[in-house]
Design a protein around this ligand. Structure first.
Ligand code: SF4
Ligand code: FES
Length: 214
């Protein structure tokens, strides 16, 4: 281990010098794209921001693909199901009335906007999905990242798909499946709290049910 050497550096060194056929994924190398996630000593982490010296156990670092996703080859997982669940959860912004207005004002200190800010920095790394016990038990569960995304959009006052999105997260495999184990929040490299986002979805759904909106 060299000073400042990351696990991504290590994997790249192995591929270039020892095993040219080694498959893995990365892009930005600086913690922005989310593509380098893998299991490092049994825990899902972003390889480009994990220093080898911080995770070495004796002289060993054990590296594996992310859990809860099909493996294409070596360390490269197939993320298709992860992104399909984003779509199922209504993860796409739908412009609502006024969304295209120039300089439409947003109250930056409003409760809703603060909820958006807390959830919006997701880089789609899949680490929370790999860490989630509920996903492991129930492959139909949308998972923390997709629900966190739905929560950020439900609080976005420019979004126009609140009703369909609430219906999507209320359906089977939605937020009611979360057991609040908090593995997602414990592992998210961006410091997000999907458990809190999912709790917000549950509260919002209950309110919508009581008002007869669902
Ligand atoms: Fe990664 Fe965090 Fe987004 Fe999950 S919520 S995909 S751990 S950045
Ligand atoms: Fe982009 Fe690690 S390579 S987050």
């Amino acid at each position: 281990a060299q000073p400042q050497q990351t696990v991504l550096d290590l994997v790249t060194w192995i591929q270039r010098r020892l095993e040219p056929g080694l498959s893995y994924r990365f892009a930005c190398r600086v913690g922005m794209c989310g593509s380098c996630a893998m299991t490092i000593n049994g825990r899902p982490r972003w390889a480009c921001r994990t220093l080898v010296r911080d995770v070495m156990q004796g002289r060993e670092v054990r590296i594996a693909p992310l859990a809860n996703l099909p493996v294409i080859k070596d360390l490269a997982c197939d993320m298709t199901v992860f992104f399909e669940k984003w779509q199922r959860a209504g993860g796409r912004f739908v412009p609502g009335e006024g969304a295209r207005d120039r300089f439409a004002p947003i109250q930056t200190e409003s409760k809703a906007r603060r909820a958006v800010d807390a959830a919006i920095e997701c880089i789609n790394c899949g680490i929370c999905y790999a860490a989630c016990d509920v996903v492991a038990d129930d492959p139909d569960y949308l998972g923390p990242a997709a629900l966190n995304r739905a929560w950020s959009l439900i609080n976005d006052e420019k979004d126009g798909a609140r009703g369909p999105r609430l219906a999507a997260v209320a359906a089977a495999g939605g937020c009611a499946s979360c057991h609040s184990n908090q593995q997602c929040s414990a592992h998210c490299p961006k410091g997000l709290n999907p458990t809190a986002a999912i709790a917000g979805l549950k509260r919002t759904l209950l309110g919508a049910l009581l008002r007869g909106e669902l």
